[in-house]
Design a protein around this ligand. Sequence first.
Ligand code: G3H
Ligand code: 13P
Ligand code: ZN
Length: 312
Amino acid sequence: MPLVTTTEMFKKAYDGGYAIGAFNVNNMEIIQGITEAAKELKSPLILQVSAGARKYANHTYLVKLVEAALEETGLPIALHLDHGDSFELCKSCIDGGFSSVMIDGSHLPFEENIALTRKVVEYAHDHGVVVEGELGRLAGIEDAVNVSAEDASYTRPEEVQAFVEGTGCDSLAIAIGTSHGAYKFKPGQKPQLRFDILEEVARRLPGFPIVLHGASAVIPEFVEMINQYGGDMPNAIGIPEDMLRQAAKMAVCKINIDSDLRLAMTGTIRKYLAENPSHFDPRQYLKPAREAIKAMVAHKIVDVLGSDGKAE
Ligand code: G3H
Ligand code: 13P
Ligand code: ZN
């Protein structure tokens, strides 16, 4: 099966009250762990590539690895650019075989965000590719984006209709209290999401797919593993999974997960090397890391996203 866009996936997910997992990929083991879980559970998938991932692994390697996953699984898979920050980057991914791109103009003034997003949409739609836009700013740190809690802002529901109509985008990422990375809430702060904003956005955009970034749970098992085996991640805290499940039942059709993959991989490798200090063959520690990713993604598909069996 060739790559698919997210159009059909999101329509079914919206109507069925579940979400599609959008997992960040950087290398072969991550792609294999994710896609093996999805294959066993017959789940549709979005594999997403950031500018940093593209720089690290090379565009062509990532596209070819995803093509291998398509062949191995037979699943509907979309290949998506995560946090595109310019028309040129989006164009390069569209020209280079991606089926979906995000243009993240969330840091721009409203009208500039609309103009940039519309430019990407026009090029993408001419090439059969779908586009995710973003309104509102998440806090958190990634390679390309570093937003302090003070600069973060919730999406304003009164702006979403004008944005979607003005841009023609196919899905919309909104800010309701999630954030990027492993430190989503301050110590002692109660994790909370603004479901009232999500509801109001959904009311104003009936049937329109909404995206949640920064949606890792920062699974405590892996944080503990990292801390137990020489790491130092005090106060790492994520979004409670029951809140994500609730969002998936509402208008949220795409849930982005990167940090949980990183934690699963790093925790497992730390443990393996601590327990086997004389081993030096990368296959020995990458194998359990890939298995941990597979088990973690299977858990997300069944218990958080509800997308199991939906690729049938
Ligand atoms: O939200 C972005 C992802 O976590 C990608 O992170 O830019 O470090 O690859 P990255
Ligand atoms: P996390 O850092 O919560 O995994 O978020 C990932 C993300 O939003 C990728 O775009
Ligand atoms: Zn993101």
